[in-house]
Design a protein around this ligand. Structure first.
Ligand SMILES: Cc1cc2nc3c(=O)[nH]c(=O)nc-3n(C[C@H](O)[C@H](O)[C@H](O)COP(=O)(O)OP(=O)(O)OC[C@H]3O[C@@H](n4cnc5c(N)ncnc54)[C@H](O)[C@@H]3O)c2cc1C
Length: 492
């Protein structure tokens, strides 16, 4: 049986980001996916600045920024009548903010870029590997960690050394891993095997058909169009510049089929554009309203990340971004533990940092969805008021940087992303942070740290500790709190 340090189940944006992060640290990692081949359509379309900063660190952001585009025009229609157009010019790129804008790119393309980056780092996705079972063993005791009734969960024993888990596949193959990460989407098999509850609510009647299509009758230069009507429902068209492809979303009543004929009929009814014709459906899927969060993001050596840990409405463009940022939070922690640079206790901070972020995102996406629904029914409301509201929302989406609460990894003055900047040498500050090490910036040289764990640079002002994920961990007037921070980290 093959043994590996980390097994990632699911090669969506979450799993791929994590695989890149671990591969660059030299961690033995395998990433498997049940699909026979890549695919999956446009789905998540927006990469926010914080995700781009993470992908920049992993060496994939430039490619994404080149392939993607900044959506600036959105036209809002009330019924078939044009209400207003929102024109949001791109924010300028500065040294402090190399990625100031939300970059639009279909999810399949983002995934392809991440797979290419993974290949450069020596890894590859193993497609056609469907996980069917999980056995979780613990060091020393060999006790069963969890497992729902009716599902066979083998327990493992080991005299000494780290715990392990054994994952089995539809074809009968098994892989043993020290750590397993379930990045296998909203219907996660890993979550189910762990018996971790996925609490929240589902509204099966709130559905939408999401498709990638070719169509005639709309000019891609016009940008995104949203038609909202209390009687007829919602239609959204979003061009993918230079490809001839559009992402089309139509809300779908409970009894309507999700076929091409229905799509065409709903588009014609809701837009009032007789000349708007779908000429080819390249991919489609049905989205159902789900607002759910896993009650734990970690069970022993098994972690849940991305949609496997939380699902919500697409309003706010959080889905893919949250998964990428989950993976980026977990990647350096797993890497340091596997490489023997930090004790396993560090891994507890994955859940304590990411669960509050996920809860906040669930609330935000729910609130955005609620206000869209209210808007549908508040027809006489003033256009300018709505326009200002949507503009505010767009700006806040750009500045969507989760802040981590005080905890074992966040001390005085820490919690927010460290702003980028330029150095007297001309290099960017973020170049100093690139990699999975901590960075200490301070007025005097500090010695005595393991160079694999901590890089030290002189810089005027207070001492600052920057985490491997670019978050400011601590500011201090003297070096003692810095030393105490790393003493705590390495002592667990
Ligand atoms: C129809 C639809 C439309 C969406 N639209 C938007 C949007 O407009 N904006 C937005 O931000 N987000 C959107 N999302 C959400 C976004 O796509 C997800 O948040 C994002 O894909 C999460 O990434 P992930 O890697 O966590 O999971 P996923 O992308 O779901 O990837 C999970 C992977 O795990 C694999 N897998 C599953 N089970 C197993 C198993 N047993 N064994 C092995 N592999 C397995 C799957 O094949 C899949 O490749 C949409 C989602 C859907 C379904």
């Amino acid at each position: 049986m093959d043994t590996v340090d980390v097994l990632i189940v699911g090669a969506g944006p979450t799993g791929l980001t994590l695989a890149c992060d671990l591969a660059r640290q030299g961690v033995a990692v395998r990433i498997v996916d049940r699909s026979p081949r890549p695919g999956g359509g446009g789905r998540g379309f927006s990469l926010k600045p914080r995700s781009l900063a993470a992908l920049d660190d992993l060496g994939a952001a430039r490619e994404i920024a080149t392939a993607g585009f900044v959506e600036r025009r959105t036209r809002f229609h009330q019924g078939t009548r044009r209400l207003f157009e929102l024109d949001t010019p791109p924010a300028p790129v500065t040294v402090e903010q190399p990625y100031p804008n939300v970059v639009a790119l279909p999810q399949w393309r983002t995934e392809a870029i991440l797979r290419d980056r993974l290949a450069e780092l020596g890894g590859k996705v193993e497609f056609g590997m469907r996980v069917t079972g999980l056995a979780v063993g613990e060091a020393e005791s060999g006790s069963r960690v969890s497992g729902p009734a009716g599902i066979e969960v083998r327990s493992g024993t080991r005299a000494a050394g780290p715990g392990w888990s054994e994952v089995s596949f539809a074809g009968g193959e098994r892989i043993r891993a020290r750590f397993v990460v379930g990045a296998d989407g909203g219907r996660s098999t890993i979550r189910r095997e762990l018996g971790v509850a996925f609490t929240g609510r589902t509204d099966p009647d709130t559905r939408a058909m999401i498709s990638d299509v070719r169509l005639d009758g709309l000019d891609p230069a016009g940008g995104v169009n949203m038609w909202l009507s209390p009687q007829r429902g919602v239609a959204v068209t979003r061009p993918v510049p230079g490809t001839g492809v559009w992402q089309v979303v139509v809300s779908l009543g409970p009894d309507l089929p999700d076929d091409e004929e229905t799509l065409q009929r709903l588009l014609t009814e809701r837009t009032g554009l007789a000349g708007l014709r779908v000429t080819e459906v390249l991919w489609h899927s049905v989205w159902r309203y789900n607002l759910r969060i896993a009650e734990r993001f970690r069970a022993g050596p098994v972690f849940l990340a991305g949609d496997a840990a939380h699902v919500h409405s697409p309003f706010g463009g959080h889905g893919m971004n949250t998964g990428i940022q989950d993976a980026y939070n977990l990647g350096w922690k797993l890497g340091l533990v596997v490489r023997g640079l930090a004790p396993e206790g560090l891994l507890d901070t994955y859940e304590s940092e990411r669960m509050p972020v996920a809860r906040q995102i669930l609330a935000d996406s729910d609130q955005r969805m609620g206000s869209m629904m209210t808007w549908r029914f508040a027809r006489p409301l003033l256009g300018p008021l709505l326009k200002a509201g949507f503009r505010r929302r767009q700006r806040s989406t750009r500045q969507d940087h989760p802040v981590y609460p005080a905890g074992p990894l966040i001390g005085d003055g820490g919690g927010a992303p460290m702003p980028d900047g330029s150095l007297p040498t001309g290099a960017r500050l973020s170049d100093l942070f690139r990699g999975s090490h901590f960075t200490v910036l301070g007025p005097e040289p500090v010695t005595g740290f393991d160079p694999e764990l901590v890089h030290v640079h002189r810089m005027a002002g207070d001492y600052r500790v920057v985490r491997p994920d670019g978050y400011l961990a601590l500011t201090a007037p003297t070096v003692e709190p810095v030393r105490a921070y790393f003493d705590r980290l390495t002592a667990g």
